[in-house]
Design a protein around this ligand. Structure first.
Ligand SMILES: [Zn+2]
Length: 401
């Protein structure tokens, strides 16, 4: 039963946090059994002036792009062609995939990310390598190979039957895992036939799986999608085939119309906001007010490698900047919420994301100079100090990674 004395910061609600300058967190098995101001309890570890926070949640990240961070060959469609597809093709080699899986899991733990929704390459074997590594490390994740049967180099295409059979087999293999889940991930409309998307949606519904895809990221992509599917708007392409529901995570959502936002909200779908990626590829600024006013559940995405950092506090800082560009000044507590508890809830993980009694102990220890004191300054440093060192330690389910 480790008893930690530390500075403790945790979200309580979207704009409410708890902060204790001298706090205590008690972990029993995987559960948090006590948290609050330090009360004289005999301690196992004094972590002060270090700061304990919940682990971070990354709602959108690409495993097979881990080695191409910083490829500035955008915009989106050109970047996919020049940088992404050649790299993702390498994941046909299981040894290559295993090596990158080790690097990627190291990097997630180092970033303090304890739960992530991860896109794989098209290769089920590479996805299996990643799942084994995530399992070995003890991370929490929702993972799937991307589905593509058109619009990419031939070596990256999989016919619908084979792709879905591989996915179904993977799901059967990992079904009972306590921390890892399989997701259905049609990459985006331009890389899928309507039949592929329909069959993928059916598999997800049948087995109660999470769905994720990209939508409305780049204006050229939006136009090509509407033309190819003869649709009045982008969202309808996914609605027609049954991909839009409360277990769907939609990445980007930059150029949605007001009507599309209404339908996303009505369906209860989740938005993965990827502000760094949106800026780096020049895709545009996501109108965050549209999501806020409709109370759309939201998670932050690093979107590595279109995003340049796996660190979710960095995504929070970029989300702040994105907010200002769209005339919305966001409360830092709101940003913390999206990157922890709010993001976890949006992804169906109700037991993690906050340091509270009865919750599972997914936590991160941050170095923090003693001179930074008080809730506001500590939160500002955590989110906005671009030179802050990487987290010191990370725990998932009470177990240190
Ligand atoms: Zn993405």
């Amino acid at each position: 039963m480790p008893v930690f004395r530390a500075r403790v910061l945790s979200p309580v609600g979207p704009r409410e946090i708890d902060y204790w300058e001298d706090g205590v967190v008690v972990v029993e098995d995987q559960w948090i059994t006590e948290v609050g101001p330090y009360d004289g309890l005999p301690i196992d570890e004094d972590l002060r002036p270090g700061l304990l926070t919940p682990g971070f949640v990354d709602g959108h990240v690409h495993f097979p792009q881990a080695r191409i961070v910083g490829a500035a060959s955008g915009p989106l469609l050109r970047w996919l062609e020049r940088s992404v597809f050649p790299e993702e093709a390498r994941f046909a080699d299981v040894e290559y995939a295993s090596a990158v899986a080790r690097e990627f899991c190291d990097a997630l733990a180092r970033a303090g990310t304890t739960l992530a929704l991860i896109y794989g390459s098209v290769h089920a074997e590479a996805c299996q390598c990643l799942l084994e590594e995530l399992d070995r490390r003890g991370l929490r994740a929702i993972v799937g190979p991307v589905l593509m049967d058109q619009g990419a180099p031939p070596e990256l295409l999989r016919p619908k039957e084979r792709a879905l059979a591989d996915l179904a087999a993977l799901e059967e293999r990992w079904r009972d895992h306590p921390r890892l889940k399989i997701a259905v991930i049609p990459r985006f409309a331009l890389s899928c036939s309507e039949e592929m998307m329909r069959a993928a949606a059916a598999l997800a519904s049948e087995r109660g799986l999470w769905v994720s895809t990209h939508i409305s990221e780049n204006l050229e992509e939006c136009q090509l999608t509407r033309d190819r599917f003869s649709a009045p708007d982008y969202l309808e392409v996914y609605e027609r085939v049954g991909l839009i529901h409360e277990r769907t995570v939609l990445a980007h959502c930059i150029h949605l119309s007001a009507g599309e936002w209404d339908r996303v909200a009505g369906a209860g779908s989740v938005v993965a906001h990827c502000p760094d990626s949106n800026a780096f590829l020049g895709s545009g600024s996501m109108p965050i007010a549209e999501a806020l006013s409709r109370e759309v559940p939201l998670t932050l995405g690093s979107d590595v490698a279109a995003g340049r950092s796996l660190r979710i506090p960095t995504a929070m800082a970029y989300a702040h900047d994105n907010g200002l560009r769209t005339n919305e000044r966001l409360d830092p507590r709101q940003l913390l919420w999206w990157g922890t508890r709010g993001g976890a809830q949006a992804l169906g993980h109700d037991q993690v994301g906050a340091l509270r009694v009865g919750m599972v102990a997914d936590m991160v220890l941050h170095a923090l100079p003693e001179r930074i004191q008080g809730e506001e300054a500590v939160l500002a440093s955590l989110l906005f100090d671009g030179d802050r060192p990487a987290p010191l330690r990370t725990w998932v389910g009470g177990r240190e990674l």
